[in-house]
Design a protein around this ligand. Sequence first.
Ligand SMILES: [Fe+2]
Ligand SMILES: [Fe+2]
Length: 208
Amino acid sequence: MNEFIPLEKNDASRSLSSYFIPSRDDALEMLRRYNTSDSLIRHAFAVEGVMGHFADRFGEDREKWQVIGLVHDLDYELYPDQHCSKSKEILQAHGWPWEYVRAVVSHGWGICSDIEPESILEKTLYAVDELTGLIASTALMRPSASVLDLTVKSVNKKWKDKRFAAGVDRSIIERGAKMMGIEKNELVTETIMGMRDVAEAIGLRGNL
Ligand SMILES: [Fe+2]
Ligand SMILES: [Fe+2]
């Protein structure tokens, strides 16, 4: 289980090419290769959806943002103790461009990485990663068990209850919003909207 998964032939040749731009299909293949946990895969889809939503909002490259969202926790299932650093190693071995690798690693800034989020893509990933967890947990508490009718108000209520989803570090989300230069409520609203786009894939359509 802990063995390094060997590269495929075309992965090795990729590393020689400086023109390799990972597509969503490449990211999905990587995700499936290194992750089998339903909850981790759903989390990857949630972050992908939110990153895609923010890319549109900022007029950025949607697929690039989605790809980085999909693989941001790539190493977590197999190498939880080497989170971020193992992703860096794996992605680089597969010839992924530094811009993508850097973004992935920077989401763990202050926890498992010393690479600070700099670009708006990196700051967004940093801000929404934990928040998707709080939003998902809040949605599941509703009668609808859905993100489709979830309001910012409900999330804020749960935000204040420190025992609820205690693993979600609220201070990281606040720091992320500040980095992005947006209000926390706006961040929560937009993140809910991004998760609505992928409600089915992340198991949060509920009974609606
Ligand atoms: Fe992570
Ligand atoms: Fe994550």
